[in-house]
Design a protein around this ligand. Structure first.
Ligand SMILES: Cc1ncc(COP(=O)(O)O)c(C=O)c1O
Length: 387
């Protein structure tokens, strides 16, 4: 079925940038710069500058970035790492593969880690906190960093969904010992395949990451220990560097669409919407996803799909602890569980046209009120102001 409103639109972005993309591919391939070359170094430098950290290290994907960051920080067997269940399984998988045990805490009203619940989850074995900045919104990092300092815990950020999002002027990924980004194609900055990066202000961690991603090799040609192959290839790095220039405009567009959804849907008492971009206060959210909670959500999803709107459920509709096979079912997370019963993502991507956002909002309104009136027409000029 061809969707009237698809969830992502990769070909549209390619068409928009086709000449520059093809030039970049031609340049990289004709020079033969394929692995760990200048394009990667350039991208790492530009990414670090964008996030506001000293270093960035390109890796194969965010999952590997999280795993290597935990190892570089010395997290391993016998340790516990506190994170959330409202995340992609990758976050918890990385903790598992580091040898540490994941400890899951519930979420708050903004669907991110409820920092108030973290202190009671700390035990003598806790080594790190791994907040996940979901849906393009940074966690409440001030209280979290205070807590980490008080208990001498490391902080490693899962910023897979939050490139360019900030809290009190600091960008996600720039708070802890390391911050990990995903450049999976549907992400805020998408590669043409899998890709990721870790940012840090710590030179030792950056060095360890460069070695860990490349079989443990060091600059002198020595091997620092058993390791992995998690390199980011040069061609993806060159293309990401090209796209990085567009990112600020793309984030503005995402916020503009989020504001349109807010204006079109906030009058419906049956919905819980993300905080509106224009009212963000301490936060600058970048809307990797527009995740809503809805009454009668299964029927709403069916209604939207039957009207040509491609709807996704967050991770198939389950928190990580609800996948029995992972053995995390002993965690009781009522807010997370309630959210998954009611949550869905509305389509939000840079290529979404205004008429499509308006059509989505109107189709949702039609479901609850049976009327077509009112509209999201008042385009979100306030949205462009950044905090
Ligand atoms: C919150 C979160 N963490 C980690 C990942 C893993 O990223 P990658 O696919 O680059 O390994 C994702 C990807 O969807 C994610 O959304």
């Amino acid at each position: 079925m061809a969707w009237k409103v698809p969830f992502v639109n990769y070909p549209a972005q390619f068409r928009e940038m086709e000449p520059e993309i093809m030039d970049t591919i031609r340049t990289v391939l004709s020079c033969g710069n394929l692995m760990l070359r200048q394009e990667l170094i350039d991208f790492e430098e530009h990414l670090a500058k964008f996030v506001g950290t000293k270093y960035a290290v390109g890796v194969s994907n965010c999952t590997d970035g999280l795993h290597l960051s935990l190892r570089a920080a010395g997290v391993g067997s016998g340790d516990q790492v506190i994170t959330v269940s409202h995340t992609f399984v990758a976050t918890v998988e990385a903790i598992h593969h580091s040898g540490a045990a994941p400890v899951l805490v519930d979420i708050g009203e903004d669907h991110n880690m409820n920092v108030e619940l973290v202190e009671q989850a700390i035990t003598p074995k806790t080594k790190a906190i791994l907040p996940v900045h979901l849906n393009g919104r940074v966690c409440a990092m001030d209280p979290l960093m205070d807590l980490a300092e008080k208990h001498k815990l490391l902080v490693i950020e899962d910023s897979a969904q939050a490139l360019g999002a900030s809290y009190r002027g600091t960008k996600g990924g720039g708070f802890g010992l390391a911050g990990c980004f995903s450049f999976y194609p549907a992400k805020l900055l998408g590669a043409f395949g899998d890709a990721g990066a870790v940012v840090t202000n710590n030179a030792v961690i950056a060095d360890k990451l460069r070695s860990l991603r490349d079989h443990g090799r060091t600059q002198s040609g020595d091997i620092a220990g058993w390791s992995f192959n998690c390199r980011l290839d040069n061609l993806q790095a060159a293309l990401l560097d090209l796209k990085l220039k567009q990112l600020p405009a793309w984030l503005d567009r995402r916020r503009e669409i989020a504001q349109m959804y807010h204006e079109g849907l906030s009058a419906l008492p049956q919905l819980v919407l993300p905080p509106a971009p224009a009212s963000n206060g301490l936060w600058f959210d970048v809307f990797q996803n527009y995740e809503i909670e809805a009454e009668d959500s299964s029927r709403l999803v069916a209604h939207l799909r039957s009207n040509g709107i491609e709807i996704m459920l967050p991770w198939g509709g389950k928190g990580v602890h609800q996948f029995q096979v992972l053995g995390l079912g002993h965690f009781k997370l009522p807010r997370t569980e309630r959210m998954f019963q009611r949550a869905l993502f509305l389509p939000l991507h840079v290529e979404l046209a205004d008429w499509q956002a308006e059509y989505v909002a109107e189709t949702v309104r039609l479901f609850y009120t049976g009327t077509k009136c009112s509209s999201t027409k008042s385009r979100a000029s306030a949205v462009m102001s950044k905090n």
